[in-house]
Design a protein around this ligand. Structure first.
Ligand code: NDP
Ligand code: OXD
Length: 308
């Protein structure tokens, strides 16, 4: 039996329909589960704390997104179950488009003019051009490496940092603490695309901001808990950073009282930078169900040791 849980009901229902069409309705159980004991494979996104631990015969946990922190963070990793995630070129391309839109909006001062229009003001601001700008990417994985490559093709000066060393055409790649400091000191736009793990939680903090060039801009597309919110507010208020685009937050939706809502240098979006496209991602989920049933190796397996 295949279980489906998604915190966004409509998306859960779409996955249910896609799976029922492929495997038969009697093979798929949409949360709240009717047959928890029969579920061997669960396709899930942000399942409630410890829910998966109540499924005694679970063999595979398939994340419906690229990230798997929603499984580890909610104690939903199950000892005997493998974890797989979505790897889909569409997810990387969508992320690239979002990153580009964000960078250009800042370079061309679009949010400034939007605000100015509301006030019926007519003031000009200097804008920048692509070849003069250095974009650095934290995390050169499936998504980060494509974003890096595509930005480089457009003419940006692109740098990237990851745990292991990488070689990507047109991108200056770094790894290690000293390299990170060097990279940050030259960066205009810092784009976070790290996975959330014990090593990366709180990574975007005061010490990192101090290493960034004065006037540089942060774009957090990874996860909310990568960022120490208070440290960002300080860096913005002291005018060390010129602005930030935040797509992900500690709490989603963000608490109405949070200072980010009203901050003039913070631009926020509701975790929509790149959303799994069921049409392009469904095949790998179907394939993993077949592989599990036939006892074959799964696609896009997550390392339990590294946590991503
Ligand atoms: P990958 O696992 O493919 O890549 C992760 C990258 O981060 C790798 O390059 C890895 O290094 C690097 N990394 C991990 N830990 C460390 C560390 N401690 N120090 C330095 N580098 C590290 O992930 P994806 O590219 O598929 O996705 C990245 C993240 O993007 C997801 O986990 C998710 O949080 C976020 N995301 C956000 C979305 C949104 O809409 N906002 C949508 C989709 C994803 P190495 O290569 O050496 O292993
Ligand atoms: C993902 C996301 O990890 O949407 O896929 O955040």
């Amino acid at each position: 039996m295949i279980g489906v849980y998604c915190n966004r009901t409509k998306i859960g229902e779409s996955w249910f329909r896609a799976l029922a069409e492929e495997f038969g309705e009697d093979q798929v159980d949409l949360y709240p589960f009717t047959y928890p004991d029969a579920i061997e494979f669960i396709a899930c996104w942000k399942a409630p704390h410890r829910l998966l631990q109540t499924l005694p015969n679970l063999k595979v946990i398939q994340s419906l997104g690229a990230g798997v922190d929603h499984i580890f963070d909610r104690d939903n990793a199950v000892e005997q179950a493998m974890i797989a995630r979505i790897i889909d070129p569409q997810l990387s391309v969508d992320m690239y488009e979002f990153a580009l839109a964000t960078i250009l909006a800042d370079m061309k001062r679009l949010t400034f003019y939007r605000d100015q229009q509301k006030e019926k003001q007519w003031k000009e601001r200097r804008y920048s051009t692509i070849p003069n700008k250095v974009v650095s990417i934290l995390g050169l994985g499936v998504i980060g490496s494509i974003v890096a490559q595509k930005l480089s093709v457009l003419g940006f000066q692109v740098k990237g940092w990851s745990r292991s060393e990488k070689k990507i055409d047109g991108v200056e790649c770094f790894s290690g603490e000293a390299d990170l400091t060097h990279m940050l000191s030259q960066t205009d736009y810092l784009l976070n695309l790290l996975p959330l793990t014990n090593d990366t939680r709180g990574f975007l903090n005061q010490s990192l901001f101090e290493k960034m060039k004065k006037g540089s801009y942060l774009i957090n597309l990874g996860r909310g808990p990568h960022l120490v919110d208070e440290d960002l507010l300080t860096a913005l208020d002291q005018e060390h950073l010129s602005g930030a685009c935040l797509d992900v937050f500690h709490e989603e939706p963000l608490d109405k009282e949070h200072s980010f809502w009203e901050h003039p240098k913070v631009f926020m979006t509701p975790h929509i930078a790149s959303i799994t496209n069921i049409e392009t991602a469904r095949k790998q989920v179907f394939e993993n169900i077949r592989r599990m049933r036939e006892g074959r190796e799964l696609l896009n397996v997550v390392s339990m040791e590294r946590g991503y």
